[in-house]
Structure formats: C-alpha cells, structure tokens
Design a protein around this ligand. Structure first.
Ligand code: 6CS
Length: 363
C-alpha cells in the first residue's frame, strides 16, 4: 500500500523530494528522538515488552484519556511486564505520519480518524457523511458496536495492512467561524478548514465554502493569520486547541459526529500470544463502554469553559428549518461518497444505516 507519507512530508516541510528510505529513516529518528526527549515516560523497570500507542490529539484530550486508560489497564493486568508508551499528537508528526508508522510496524497501536484515514481507506469516509447518523448519540454508539459493522471494518483494515480494533464517538461536530453561519448561503466563499479527506472537501464545496484541508496542528495559526475563516471539530477539541480564541461564532448544526477508530499493527498482533490477544480485546471492550461517558463529560464541561472564558462568543444551535437547508445542500455528498468508495462503500453505508435504524428501534 502506498500511504504517500513522502508527499505529505514535502508539503509540510517544503523540502525537495527525498527517497522512500530517507523518509523511513526520518520517521524512525523522530520516534527515537521523541522517546529520548521525554515525550513519553521512560521504560518501566521490570517491563519485558514495550507497546507503542500514538494518538492524534494532545494531552488531556479524549484520545489521550483513552490511551492512558489503556496503558493503565494493560500494565496492571500484565503485572508490569508490558510497558505501554503513549505518544501524544505532535511527537510523531501528523495523522498521516502516525498512520505510516502503524502500517510499517514502528507503532503497535494508533488512533486513526476517518477524516484523514479516508484518503487510504475510502470506505471509512462513510463516518464523515452529513445527516447520516442519528441525532441521538446513544443510537450511534450502539451502531458502531454492531458486529456486522465491526466485521466490515475488520476486513477493510486488514486488506490495507491495519488491524481494526474499535470505533468510538468523540461527540457532535461544531463549526467555529468568524462570521455567523445559519444557512448554506452564509458559507459562500468562506475559507473553511477540513480534515484531509476528499469527501469533506466535496461536502463543504456543496455548501458553497472554499474548503482548505490542513493537518490539525496548523489550524490555530491558520485561523490567527486569517488564512482560513472557520473550522469544524467537537467542542472539547475547540476548547483544548483554543480555536475559540481566534473565532467569534460557535455553531452547532448537529450534522455529524466525530468518529475515531483505534487500530493496531497486524505484525504486532501476529506476534502476540493468545492470552495477550485476549487481554487486548478485553481492555478494548471495556474502554468502548467507558470512553463515551468521558467524552460526553468533556464536551459538556469544555463548552462551559469556553462560555466562561469568552462570554462574547456567539453560541448558536441551528433550528430544524435551518438544518433542513443544510441536509438538502449535503445531498451531493452521498453521490460523491459512492464515487470515492465504490460498491463496497455502498455496502458499508447500507450496513451502517441498518445498524442505526435497528439501534434506534431498540433505544
Ligand atoms: O481535526 C482534526 O484533524 C483532529 N480532530 C480531532 C478532534 N481529533 C483528531 C483529528 O486529527
């Protein structure tokens, strides 16, 4: 699989083309340097194995809380024989770099969001579709755990050299912008940052915006320098990345949820003993239940924190009539998804929709 880390590397650094070997050496040096300079704790005494887990968010985030809890449970249940080292966002590069390192087995576990992963596994962009999931987050959480959805993802990930472990919701997406957005017309010409998936670019084009794909680490400065006028993320991230400081409107369209996936390296899983494999599965299952309560608390509390720190921030929840206009404008996104993800994308879309309907009926 070509994960195209080198073009990404070049885009970020602006350096001339380099060979694949040099690129691999750069990534390994980055990993070693980040361990050496204390981005993570030193290897625990008595540990026989190190498991490396990279996340796409900073310390104190939903993904960080997930990974730290994973670390705690694994270390406790192996009596310290396993030392889990968590690499927060930035220490190993962007989401694309993390994915590359998971794929080549330098990392054992990583968080991988469809908003970036969608470039390599087009079908996972199903989680980016607007107005697809339920308005009730509990229904979506139930749908993500359905065996048929998981089985589909298992297969897709394995084909691309990744081991699917879990899909979690990190909360409803919200827009932060310099100007008010209540209808698609308000997006007209707005330079709007999206994650790097081609489907997201198509979605905001359909709203009339001028979408700008950027890595997470560049969003704050791009807003500050007015290279972009807005961005979209769950509220906990808007608070911890301080995006609210450089925008004036916080808008809840309730159009999509931020879904992240937890993945492993197939090489790592092949080496694992059956009992360790069972342990990982057990811990992942336990965390699936725990993380949703945690993210909901984070999103609630951090909205309060934004309102306290910046009382002049305009907080708006779109009403049903306004949402209907966006739902209508988002219609071409489905066609684009099928174009990008093909027949299997269509099958995954059907499977996910059936799971949502089933979970809604049971709730
Ligand atoms: O916007 C992004 O790129 C990132 N947002 C979150 C909440 N997590 C990771 C992702 O890369």
């Amino acid at each position: 699989m070509n994960l195209a880390a080198e073009p990404v590397f070049r885009r970020i650094t602006g350096w001339p083309p380099i060979s694949k070997t040099k690129c691999a050496v750069f990534l390994v040096v980055l990993l070693l340097a980040s361990s050496f300079f204390g981005c993570s704790k030193p290897q625990a005494e008595g540990a026989q194995e190190i498991w490396r887990f990279a996340i796409e968010e900073t310390q104190g985030s939903v993904q960080d809380t997930y990974a730290k809890r994973f670390e705690q449970l694994i270390e406790e249940r192996t009596d310290g024989e396993v030392d889990v080292v968590v690499y927060p966002y930035g220490t190993l590069g962007t989401s694309d770099h993390i994915l590359e390192q998971l794929h080549n087995g330098t990392l054992d576990f990583a968080m991988s969001s469809p908003g970036h992963l969608g470039k390599f596994i087009p079908e996972v962009q199903v989680f980016l579709l607007h107005f697809l999931m339920s308005d009730d987050e509990a229904v979506n959480i139930c749908a993500l755990q359905k065996p048929e959805v998981r089985a589909f993802l298992d297969k897709l990930y394995l084909e691309k050299g990744l081991h699917f472990l879990s899909a979690i919701s990190e909360g409803a997406m919200a827009w932060t912008t310099r100007e008010a957005v209540r209808t698609p017309d308000d997006f007209d010409g707005m330079k709007f940052r999206v994650m790097t998936s081609p489907l997201l670019i198509a979605a905001y084009e359909a709203y009339g915006a001028s979408p700008t794909p950027l890595p997470y680490s560049e969003v704050y400065s791009a807003l500050q320098l007015r290279m972009i006028d807005g961005q979209v993320n769950p509220v906990f991230a808007i608070e911890e990345m301080s995006f609210y400081e450089v925008t004036d409107w916080l808008i809840f369209p309730n159009h999509a949820y931020f879904i992240a996936t937890v993945a492993g390296s197939p090489k790592f899983f092949e080496r694992l003993s059956p009992s360790r494999r069972e342990l990982v599965e057990h811990v992942i299952n336990q965390l699936q239940g725990e993380i949703e309560t945690i993210q909901q608390r984070f999103n609630r509390k951090r909205l309060e924190s934004i309102e306290e720190r910046k009382p002049e921030m305009n907080v708006v929840r779109l009403d049903e009539a306004q949402r209907a206009r966006f739902r209508e404008a988002a219609a071409p996104m489905r066609k684009k998804f099928i174009e990008l993800a093909g027949e299997r994308g269509q099958q995954l879309l059907r499977t996910l929709r059936a799971a949502v309907t089933d979970c809604a009926a049971r709730n």
